[in-house]
Ligand binder design. Structure first.
Ligand code: ATP
Length: 951
């Protein structure tokens, strides 16, 4: 595909065979200026969005069919068939009543099975859509040059001809031809299956049939930049890319069943097996005791029991609750990528968080610069490049301080960030640490453009979290108007060469490589004393919580080889220190306190100096008296066992490299902790994968880290993790709440039905149809309303639950059985009263059955109201904090009345009209369950059990 003058597209071009200039020419683009907005708009129309067609996910048919693979529905279908056969036998034997609708139960059950399937389908496809929408939110952003400016755009907006900037951690968003590179290494496993990263080159001698994996001058969509930097021109987008050609796009948001959903599947199977066994026992025992004459009644009882025991509405309610949970989390800036994370979040015991940007604001501001002869402080606000340099409180003219100018020039040239004004505000594109250096240099009157003109960058040894430093090689081209900087730098150069290396990074590591120091325009040997003084000064600044960088330079005879960083960064000339403030996020302190009250230990893991880290950790409450600080080198030396012995006392890990994070997660997990771990870099991916909850940064995080994570923080904020944990706990509590509600009711129904033959009133009180009605409608609607119950006040003041605990743990199982028994006692007592009433007062003698049906339904309404809180009485709750419960209770009660008083419904559901007195009796009995639960709460309060009933 090429763009002709007329904008038409010609057949595929072999971009790897063309020199870079030719590619720029063919795609009518410019390395420095990029495309214009008009060109972009035109090409977006021409080529469409840079998206792969989504071939992942399930088709609609597959989702629908999946609904009917549910064992509970299969059992219901069996019940419908048996019921149909019985109706047929009745018809043949002439036992049909005149107003009876034939095959009513069969048709109704099948209809409900179908409706249930349809409902499940609607819910699941909505959940899939919601996940797809989340996936779009996670879509990567790309830095491009357009209209002569560096801009950040969404990957979908790329067009052929765009100049895209690549750096370690980004996922390449379109196919492209390289224009520039510095130590660029790309992992192309997504395309070639080769796990080893490939070093890319701008100039490569390739032939027509060079395979994809060897086309070193091209980059391809879906591959990951693991090291270095590069600039490439986009050649292909969307389905035209190499990945597009072979694409079966992996869903970036995975809808795996959660452990709870898996356990619920197992539970359904157990319930089905259990209910079939129960049916067998009832039929066999019944036949032994009462003989074959009772067969029909026994079969009816069995069918009703089989239907009653199965919580038909439960899977749907769980799916909806999890989906709603993810939506609530996204509103609080936590994007869930893997559904099981919602549940695991509730049981997190340790949160390991990065410092910079997560606990701090990542808005660096240079506070001071420290050279051999003096220290200067810097005034100003945020990124606005206006401020003064003060010496002992008095403003000075930096032009008279060559040491300061040399230091600031180094900071400006050894820099990849950009300072821009957007909507009237100054902002940084790129690394804020480098941005702060740009701002400081601009305050001293140094001009970025003039400096880059005077010194051309010829190479670099990029920054990595392992190296903790970065160097650039520059060549002095000419002075122009920047005589101050030229004059300050001149003493650093060799007479024979205009090549210079500037290095900046962790002060200890840079200083280690220095042999000289720059003093007032001359280069002197660096004495041991001076070295100690610099280290002390570094420690002093770091212990105030400041981020400190060291700077050095080295004259070069010739340009070093790309892989010679270790040898080249030696014998350096020390230029000085720069300290910058990165204030803690205001909300972080409170979030840390909330963690502690929730039984979760926050831990800081940072690449920064241990004293800086400790000062900030103490300020935020992360480090407490007696806590230990471990550094990267400490971690290198300790065995897994030694680390395991310390890990619970260490609250700060400083100067760590990403691979140490994996060690820390493993040690914590061996101590049975459930670990949430944040990360943003390429090399954080293994730790993120290993952690129970891997958390990537939405703003500063690399695509690779996002890909490996379970959750993405859209605002990079520590407080968001704590909010997500809270939401996770609310979801889990609500799931447990409606499981209690639904299964408690099922147990009550089963006992009532099983007991009914004992009373020999003749007939089963509840037909399968009525039971289905209860399980799906009168239980299902309030259960859905309970799913959105807001957090209980104690949700973040109790310890995390054990993820391996049974869903029935902490009293839930006994609660269900207890409530089931109470409900059945109420229903049976009512059955006895109702039966005698129906026999003594004229009317339909079967009215007692409708009374049992109504009592069970209304009792469940009381249950729904009472179960909203485990600890607080219903009267203490604001009915409007979850208006859905009250609404569903009123609505369901009205539906229940309609079943009794609206004739067609009455005929269909086989109910009988009740008198007002009978209705009142039902209401009176059903209220008893509500009263019982409230009494349980009072009792547990009285006994001083904080957790509440069934919790
Ligand atoms: P966190 O892991 O909490 O985000 P961090 O940002 O301090 O902490 P890194 O980005 O790995 O971690 O930085 C580690 C160290 O490397 C810093 O303390 C600093 O000394 C040095 N450093 C950071 N950014 C740069 C940079 N752009 N160029 C050179 N050195 C840097």
């Amino acid at each position: 595909m090429t763009i002709s003058d007329t904008g038409s597209v010609s057949p595929a071009t072999r971009w790897h065979l063309l020199p870079a200039e030719k590619v720029l020419e063919q795609l009518q683009s410019d390395r420095q200026l990029g495309l214009t907005s008009e060109q972009v708009a035109e090409r977006q129309r021409q080529f469409g969005p840079n998206e792969l067609e989504d071939t992942g996910g399930r088709s609609n048919w597959a989702i629908l069919l999946d609904q009917f693979k549910n064992i509970m529905l299969i059992m219901l279908i069996a019940v419908a068939i048996i019921s149909g056969v019985m109706d047929l036998m009745d018809m043949q034997a002439g036992r049909v009543k005149s107003n009876d609708i034939p095959f009513k139960d069969t048709v109704a059950i099948l209809a409900i099975v179908f409706l249930n399937g349809l409902l499940g389908y609607v819910q699941e496809s909505r959940a899939e859509k919601a996940l797809a929408a989340l996936k779009n939110m996670a879509s990567p952003r790309v830095r491009v040059v357009r209209d002569g400016r560096v801009q950040e755009v969404s990957a979908g907006e790329l067009v052929p001809g765009d100049i895209m900037l690549l750096e370690a951690g980004v996922q390449v968003a379109a196919d492209g031809r390289l224009l520039e590179e510095a130590s660029l290494q790309v992992r192309e496993a997504a395309l070639t299956g080769e796990a080893q990263a490939v070093s890319k080159r701008v100039a490569a001698d390739l032939s027509e049939d060079t395979p994809l994996g060897d086309r070193l001058n091209c980059v391809y969509q879906g591959t990951d930049v693991v090291q270095g930097r590069g600039v490439a021109i986009v050649t292909q987008t969307g389905m035209g890319t190499e990945l597009g050609k072979i694409a079966t796009l992996l869903q970036s948001v995975e809808a795996e069943p959660t452990p709870l959903q898996q356990r619920m599947d197992q539970l359904s199977q157990a319930l089905v097996t259990g209910s079939l066994s129960l049916v067998a026992v009832v039929v066999v025992l019944g036949l032994l005791v009462a003989g074959w004459g009772k067969l029909r009644e026994l079969v009816e009882v069995s069918l009703s029991m089989a239907v009653a025991v199965v919580p038909e509405g439960l899977p749907a309610v769980i799916t909806v609750t999890l989906a709603l949970g993810t939506q609530r989390m996204v509103r609080r800036h936590a994007l869930i990528r893997k559904l099981p994370a919602v549940e695991t979040l509730g049981s997190v015991t340790t949160i390991c968080s990065d410092k910079t940007g997560t606990l701090t604001q990542n808005k660096m501001v240079v506070q001071g610069i420290h050279q051999h002869s003096c220290s200067l402080s810097v005034t100003g606000h945020a990124y606005t490049p206006e401020g003064e340099f003060l010496l002992n409180g008095q403003p000075i003219d930096t032009r008279h301080h060559p040491e300061a100018i040399a230091l600031l020039t180094a900071g400006l040239l050894c820099n990849d960030a950009a300072l821009q004004k957007e909507n009237g505000d100054w902002c940084i594109l790129g690394d804020p640490t480098e941005g702060a250096l740009l701002v400081a240099a601009t305050k001293a009157g140094l001009d970025r453009h003039q400096l880059s003109y005077a010194w051309t960058r010829l190479g670099e040894f990029p920054f990595t979290s392992e190296r903790k430093r970065m160097s650039v090689m520059v060549k002095q081209e000419g002075g122009g108007r920047i005589t101050d900087a030229m004059g300050a730098i001149a003493p650093l150069l060799l007479p024979s060469s205009s090549l210079l290396l500037f290095c900046k990074g962790s002060p200890e590591l840079v200083l280690e490589r220095c042999q000289f120091v720059y003093v007032k325009g001359t280069v002197e040997p660096l004495s041991g004393d001076r070295r100690q003084q610099i280290l002390q000064q570094n420690n002093h600044l770091a212990s105030k919580g400041l981020r400190v960088l060291g700077f050095a330079a080295r004259p070069l005879e010739a340009l070093p080889a790309e892989d010679s960083a270790e040898e080249t960064e030696q014998g350096l000339i020390w230029l000085g220190l720069v300290d910058m403030l990165d204030a803690p996020r205001p909300e972080a302190r409170e979030a840390v306190a909330r963690c502690r009250s929730a039984g979760i230990r926050p831990v800081m893991i940072t690449g920064d100096h241990q004293l800086t880290a400790r000062a900030i950790a103490e300020d935020l409450g992360i480090a407490q008296p007696g806590d230990e600080v471990l550094t990267g080198p400490d971690l290198e030396h300790c065995t897994p066992e030694e680390l395991e012995a310390h890990v619970e006392r260490v609250s700060v890990y400083a100067r760590v490299a990403p691979e140490h994070k994996l060690k820390i997660v493993q040690a914590l997990q061996r101590r049975h902790h459930i670990v949430a771990m944040t990360g943003d870099g390429v090399n954080d991916a293994p730790a993120l994968k290993r952690a129970d909850i891997g958390i990537a940064m939405g703003i500063t995080g690399t695509d690779v880290s996002k890909e490996a994570s379970d959750m993405v923080l859209l605002d990079d904020n520590f407080a968001t993790i704590v909010s997500a944990v809270e939401e996770g706990r609310v979801v889990y509590t609500n799931i447990r709440r409606f499981i209690k509600y639904i299964l408690g009711s099922n147990i009550g129904e089963v006992i009532t039905i099983a007991a009914s033959p004992l009373f020999a009133f003749g007939g089963v009180p509840l037909t399968p149809l009525q039971i289905l009605w209860m399980n799906l409608v009168t239980d299902g609607l309030p259960a859905l309303a309970l799913a959105v119950e807001p957090a209980e006040p104690n949700v973040m003041s109790r310890p995390p639950h054990d993820p391996k605990e049974s869903i029935f743990a902490r009293g839930l199982g006994t609660y269900m059985i207890r409530i089931g028994v109470v409900l059945s006692i109420i229903a049976i007592a009512q059955m006895v009263v109702g039966y005698h009433l129906a026999q003594t007062i004229p009317g339909d003698p079967d009215r007692w059955k409708t009374m049992v049906f109504t009592t069970l339904c209304l009792a469940q309404m009381g249950h729904a109201l009472a179960i909203r809180s485990n600890t607080r009485l219903t009267l203490e709750l604001n009915p409007f904090s979850n208006p859905y419960v009250l609404t569903s209770v009123v609505f369901t009660s009205l539906l229940q009345l309609a079943l009794i008083y609206v004739e067609p419904l009455r005929n269909f559901f086989g109910t009988q009209i009740l008198s007002p007195l009978e209705l009142l009796i039902c209401l009176g009995f059903s209220l008893l369950l509500f009263v019982w639960i409230e009494l349980e709460k009072i009792l547990s309060r009285w006994q001083g059990k904080g957790a509440g009933v069934g919790d």
